[in-house]
Write a protein that binds this ligand. Sequence first.
Ligand SMILES: [Fe+2]
Length: 265
Amino acid sequence: MLIAQLSDPHVRPEGMLYQDVVDSNAMLATAIAHLNGLDPRPDVVLLSGDLVDKGEVAEYANLRNLLAKLAMPALVIPGNHDDREAFRRAFADQAYLPRSGPMHYVAGGHGAVRVVALDVTVPGLHHGDADEASMLWLDGALSAEPQRPTILMMHQPPFDCGVPYLDLYHCRNGERLAKVVARHPAVERIVCGHVHRFMQLRFGGTVLCTAPSTTTAIALRLKPDAEPVSHVEPPACLLHHWRPDVGLVTHFSPIGSFPGPYPFA
Ligand SMILES: [Fe+2]
């Protein structure tokens, strides 16, 4: 089973730029073409939040137009730049999404790996929260199939990464989440967005990784008083490849045209 992950496309209304400088719409279209061109194609595509930039209806309309080109089924969660209710209305035709409350769900019908989506967003705020209600839901969801290899998807990562302006808006109560995950060894990976960079660490007894954005990268600055900025770095996505005799192998897949191919040596 091959599971692609795109994150933080920050789609704008058709014809409008992200932050007035970057064509995030075109960059999502390029990312979708990248996935459609893979052989084998992914079985499912995870979109780990900040699907649009300002939560506007016109942005969601454009997002759905862009996603219509995707050849594979998608599993979406909101991020802090989404508006939960506008998001829900935009994806009202998607039966896997809940009709009210946080957008938690379990998607087990795309292959061997089950995807558990945890909505840690706090409407109106930029940080996330692993609150007690969501942890109860998660513990129940993970308990339903304790042996099934599982990816847990959420938007804000539940740890301090050392980039000071990112850590202001992490998912709070990470220790509570770590305790729940540690009780469920079938969780092969926790996958997040939000930080617009690739990172990985050990968390709750499993491996956690964050996906780059399909648009701008938030600068990697580790000085405690660093100023927040972004760059247009090469965009990328993640490919999580389930191999039953090996485990879940996560690949970092840059999006774009690069020199080569050259003879392998
Ligand atoms: Fe984002």
